[in-house]
Design a protein around this ligand. Structure first.
Ligand code: ADP
Ligand code: MG
Length: 198
């Protein structure tokens, strides 16, 4: 229950949290999360593959939250396999980063529902969880001006794709989530051009 309340608080704070975008090493974040997951369950046999050196423009703390949720899901939903596989990479065909696992998967008919709060395609007795993680992921990626979507098949694993503005390629002011809201102009009126400065 505590974890659920924490997740919901996180979700509501995310709408207001200020983004501090910089060039983020997504591969390094994945490595550290997976090292921690392995340490937490050393007996599990999981083949891990992290494409090295993948960077993007993002808020480092929030991107860690995204990758934690996706990799923890991959870890959880592949936990019934004797030999699981978890992968992080960039797929040029989709022009997106991805987190993939070969676990329980899901029926694509319901793929859109996964990102809504409290929507789960697996029972808590099968796999524990509250169904908030992917809603958090979607909110963070949307705030960065990116997209997230999923592909999977029942018992054949799942792939979660997401996009972010490419490192350095997009000036900060072009990221939709970073545009100042219109009402800001009233708070800090711009000095009129031509008027005498005090
Ligand atoms: N890697 C995955 N493989 C299969 N199903 C997944 C995966 N990740 C998420 N899902 C499905 O999406 C639902 C929502 O995920 P999430 O919001 O992270 O909640 P939780 O992890 O608490 O179940 C999960 O309950 C599951 O049905
Ligand atoms: Mg989850």
């Amino acid at each position: 229950m505590d974890a659920l309340v924490e997740d919901l608080l996180k979700l509501s704070r995310l709408s207001r949290a200020e983004l501090k975008p910089k060039n983020v090493d997504l591969s390094a974040i994945c490595d550290s999360i997976l090292t921690e997951l392995k340490r937490s369950e050393p007996a599990r046999e999981v083949e891990l593959s992290v494409a090295p050196g993948l960077h993007a423009l993002g808020d480092e703390r929030l991107m860690r939250v995204v990758l934690e949720n996706l990799l923890r899901n991959a870890w959880k939903f592949s936990s019934k396999l004797p030999r699981a596989k978890i992968e992080f990479g960039y797929d040029p065909a989709e022009a997106a980063f991805f987190v993939r696992d070969n676990g329980a998967g899901f029926d694509m008919t319901y793929a859109d529902r996964l990102f809504a709060v409290f929507q789960r395609l697996h029972t808590s007795s099968e796999f524990p969880g509250a169904g908030v993680g992917l809603a958090i992921v979607q909110r963070i990626i949307n705030r960065h001006g990116g997209k997230v979507w999923a592909r999977g098949a029942l018992n054949q694993g799942a792939t979660f794709y997401f996009t972010l503005p490419a490192e350095q390629k997009l000036p900060l002011e072009e990221i939709p989530a970073l545009k100042l809201p219109a009402d800001r102009e009233y708070i800090t009126p711009k000095p009129k051009t031509g008027s005498a400065q005090p």
